[in-house]
Design a protein around this ligand. Sequence first.
Ligand code: ATP
Ligand code: MG
Length: 466
Amino acid sequence: MEVRLDNLSKHFPGVKGAPVVKAVDQMNFTIPDGKLVGLLGPSGCGKSTTLYMIAGLHKPTAGKIWFGDRDVTDVPPENRGIGLVFQNYALYPHFTVRQNITFPLENVRPKLEKTEMEQIAQEVANLVDIGNLLDRLPKQLSGGQQQRVAIARALSKRPQVLLLDEPLSNLDARLRLQTREEIRRIQRDTKVTTIFVTHDQEEAMSISDFIVVMRRGVVHQIDAPQTVYEEPVNLFVAKFLGSPAINIFDGELKNGRVLLHGNVYHKGLTSKGKFDFFDERIYDVAVEGGYNGTKADYFTSLGVEYVEEEPVVVEEEPKKKGIKEFFAKLAPKKKHKFVPKVIEGEVNLESIYEAIVGGGYRMTYGDFEEEVGKFIVEAGADRDVKIGVRPEAFTLDKNENPAIDVEVLYIEHIGRDITIVANVVGQKHRIRVIIPAEERHKVKDKVIKVYPKRFYLFDIDGSRIL
Ligand SMILES: Nc1ncnc2c1ncn2[C@@H]1O[C@H](COP(=O)(O)OP(=O)(O)OP(=O)(O)O)[C@@H](O)[C@H]1O
Ligand SMILES: [Mg+2]
């Protein structure tokens, strides 16, 4: 069964005046019939919310869900033909495995004979390899076996869509590997369209036909696992996939050239002069992230005075009783008692960040840089950029790409490879370089040159340049 999400959104009202949570925002994607799709992203990015909307447990704020040609947006969960498995197995403790598996079949109409139900239980139990455990109680099973009972139960009504929400996260490392292979096998055997939620990139990479990478309720990339790894659309995706993570270097875009310590990494980008850090849009970004100060406070931080525009005086007579409220409305709103910290020295992204963090801004520097980066990119100004190199994409041999000087801290041995852990000379980044163990002898000095065989270029807003 093909599953299609059409502009699907779920917004939760903010608690105690907090802003609305856009758990899922205008999501669009199609899962082809019979495929296994991994929904991947950091905690809180909206994976479960998406799954529960597909299951019918959450009503979307907007958008539609299609199963094939059927619009199921308003169809109750029990009529959608889905099987759902949660992270904690949620088995009935006083039921045997057999009863747990047949339970969803009790309300199938027309009613099934007991022998029919038991036959189905045996079939799906065999499928997940617990066919000999049907008379046991859940507490007499291991975690992996319990999870397989939950999967068998989800399969018992022959769902057209199987939804799995972090089904392996309660299992130990070995069982997790084993059960994930089994889920893959079961999926191939049954050809049921499956959506598998995980925040573990390796799990998603190994099990999925396609990966949907999400962040803060928004889809960033949908592709085959290898493509997401090799051709990430932006810095977030590049960093989220791969272990050890991609190495990042600070470069700068100056007069149309991307430089790292004076070495040219790219020519031919346009850039013109400096970005104006007094741009009011930075204030909006600050407020969006929780900054408590008024606009006047904010500009005081930057060392300039902000003059509020004269409020327009409304002609009509204020009502007797409401006179205070009337004038209160005209007065500019003071948000909080807050003493702005005035930036000493240069006004730049880092100093602005320091100032707004002091005033209640809650996001990381990276997030701030990315948000403001959108305007900086739009302005086409000279700016910082990031150069990304996967740990395995280095060589110690000179090649056409410019060298990067790194200071070796220590060396780790993993199987047939070694990992050089190093600091980038002149930068605050620590990197990992994976090379074959035979090349260990090439690491002679404290400071060595490493050469990317392949690199990515990212803009200050995280988008991929090259
Ligand atoms: N019922 C709710 N009311 C308000 N906010 C909610 C509700 N359910 C989820 N959220 C918020 O929506 C966002 C997405 O939550 P969701 O559970 O979908 O994340 P997730 O990707 O499954 O995370 P995890 O990996 O931690 O399970 C979060 O910010 C969460 O706090
Ligand atoms: Mg979740």
